[in-house]
Design a protein around this ligand. Sequence first.
Ligand SMILES: Cc1cc2nc3c(=O)[nH]c(=O)nc-3n(C[C@H](O)[C@H](O)[C@H](O)COP(=O)(O)OP(=O)(O)OC[C@H]3O[C@@H](n4cnc5c(N)ncnc54)[C@H](O)[C@@H]3O)c2cc1C
Length: 424
Amino acid sequence: MSAVAGPVVVVGGGVVGLCTAYYLAAAGLPVEVVERRRLGSGASRGNAGWVCLSHSTPVPAPGVVRYALRSLGRPDSPLYLRPLPDPAFVRWLWRFWRSSTPAVFRRGYSAIAELNRETFGLFDGLRDSGVDTTLTRPGMVHAFLSPAEARHHLALQREMSHGHYPVPDDVVTGAEAHLLDEALSPAVRAAYLVAGEGVVDPEAFARALGEALAAAGVKIHENAEVTGFRSAGGRVTALRTADSELPCAAVVVAAGMRSPDLLGLLGHRLPLQAGKGYSFSVDLDPAPRHTLYFGERRAVASPIGGTTRIGGTMELSGNNNRLDWRRIVAVALASRHYLGRWFDDPDDLVGLIRDPWVGGRPFLPDGLPVIDRVPGHDNAFAATGHGMLGVTLGPVTGHRLAEYVVTGRRPEALVPFGFDRLRS
Ligand SMILES: Cc1cc2nc3c(=O)[nH]c(=O)nc-3n(C[C@H](O)[C@H](O)[C@H](O)COP(=O)(O)OP(=O)(O)OC[C@H]3O[C@@H](n4cnc5c(N)ncnc54)[C@H](O)[C@@H]3O)c2cc1C
């Protein structure tokens, strides 16, 4: 980084911004974090906490558009599309459709898998430096109602793993399948375990990162929304909030689904939509010991904080946090296929579940994040668009982006995640 005085200011206190701030501070730079609400209060809060290598899938997979179109007007569908009369939304859908070819999908999958290779090492490094990541590695059980679906899924994972992580040779079928995790119901007719996959308590992880930052002398501004930038000669010199102006040597925009607003202020149009997901917590007996992926219904369950968090759905209905209770019910109903009849009537859910939550996964149309310098600005960077993998990819994103900011040279690992690919 050039020798301009002042801190690097990270906008956004989600897992991506916090990890980036962490590695910038670890590299010896003065750092500040500006967060419009509280640290870890965005998409980084109620998610499923997976830290995993076997789910490196970008969402625009072959066939996904047909699937999305079938979901139109069906709020119980795992992927739900509510068309918006907004040209940016239509453009995004068009580009999403164009990205859902086998070739683009495979390229994206490989790029994420490659970036992901350092993930567990970095989580270990955080723990060794005193950050209570809460990571445990119980392994992930992929559970299916149909053996054919399970085999299809496993074949793809085997092909894409390139030997980087252990994937079983075959699926367990029939009456044995549900024995892979005590919580699974006998309706599960095929399953396989990917050993070593991890899970964190995302809220606790964000809190631990915040504490580590404070201990490292990073200044944290909560309840402070960045509303503008002051620039001169292709450099951002300050950020504006409602009641102050913060001078900076560089800025990193890691504002999740709100990143397009900020990048727009820097003159850059980012095609990003929120893929809204829902979750809630419930005490099950027996509770899952592994993270669980419910294949056909694309829902998940995780052991988090002594209880079970169930989550799922992908809803494209604008960049907002409006919670649609029908989607909570849809996730609960989906989980019942795999976990058994843990409730009788959807009306009972109000008394059974805790912390119903919605979060906007930041999605770019090709499903890959952007981790790059902002075009036209020497000292502005962006890290967003991590979709379903922000917790998993948070540390590696922060680590690599900090390297970019410090050296001024884009690390090879970040080449697939540049702004250049998003030019249409
Ligand atoms: C149901 C569900 C389950 C998921 N499960 C997993 C999982 O198991 N594993 C996984 O890896 N990922 C998972 N994800 C995805 C993951 O949650 C996201 O990818 C990740 O949280 C994105 O982090 P972020 O830091 O980019 O965004 P956020 O956490 O949303 O952080 C952005 C922050 O920027 C702040 N901000 C915005 N605008 C401004 C502004 N102008 N000024 C100041 N601050 C601003 C916001 O308040 C927010 O706190 C899941 C998501 C959902 C919805």
